[in-house]
Design a protein around this ligand. Structure first.
Ligand SMILES: CC(C)(COP(=O)(O)OP(=O)(O)OC[C@H]1O[C@@H](n2cnc3c(N)ncnc32)[C@H](O)[C@@H]1OP(=O)(O)O)[C@@H](O)C(=O)NCCC(=O)NCCS
Length: 161
């Protein structure tokens, strides 16, 4: 595979490939079952896979999960293979996820999807990824906190455009 291979960004359902990347990158040394997230199979969940020359190089997901009482999508499982980081693949995955969410407003909260505002999107960001999310309209909510075994995080929120 060469760097000239074209990056393909695919949108689909949850697959073993997605869970495998999450397990290796985000849950290293932990029970691989923790790489499967509640809501992965929800009909409103969005899973994005980035491929270079057919090989999976990154993944990311949006999964319905309320923030407080408010229906929302949670950004989860953003992971790019180490040797392909800092080349814009994470941004490309995130942008595709946001495009899909913004194109189908009110999908979770309304009986009439497509008529209202896009749902808010939130995440618990690793602090290293904070600037990536800030560049895509997320703002930090509250102070940084530690998640045992994973590291420092901050809750971030992107409200309707
Ligand atoms: C976060 C991650 C998905 C970004 O993918 P990427 O392809 O490197 O992202 P891009 O090239 O589009 O953007 C670079 C941004 O990614 C983030 N980033 C880069 N390397 C990172 C790393 N090792 N760990 C965490 N974030 C990183 C930074 O925000 C960087 O922005 P900056 O240059 O302003 O600091 C990827 O680095 C990764 O998989 N990191 C390890 C797992 C992780 O931390 N996932 C995020 C959970 S919230």
């Amino acid at each position: 595979m060469s760097r000239d291979d074209e990056l393909a960004i695919e949108v689909g359902e949850i697959t073993d490939e997605v869970i495998d990347v999450r397990a290796r990158i985000l849950r290293a040394g932990m029970d691989p079952a923790t790489a499967h997230f509640p809501g992965d199979e929800h009909s409103c969940a969005v899973h994005v896979v980035a491929r270079l020359g057919g090989q999976v190089v990154g993944v990311g997901s949006l999964i319905p999960e309320a923030i407080g009482d408010r229906p929302a999508l949670r950004l989860r499982g953003m992971a790019v293979e180490a040797e392909f980081r800092s080349q814009g693949i994470g941004a490309a995955i995130l942008e595709r996820l946001l495009e899909v969410a913004d194109a189908r407003p009110d999908e979770i909260s309304s009986t009439e999807p497509g008529v209202g505002e896009p749902e808010p999107i939130w995440c618990l960001a690793r602090v290293g990824a904070r600037s990536l999310y800030e560049r895509h309209g997320f703002v930090a909510v509250g102070a940084e906190f530690a998640i045992e075994g994973i590291g420092a995080h901050v809750q971030m929120l992107r409200t309707s455009l």
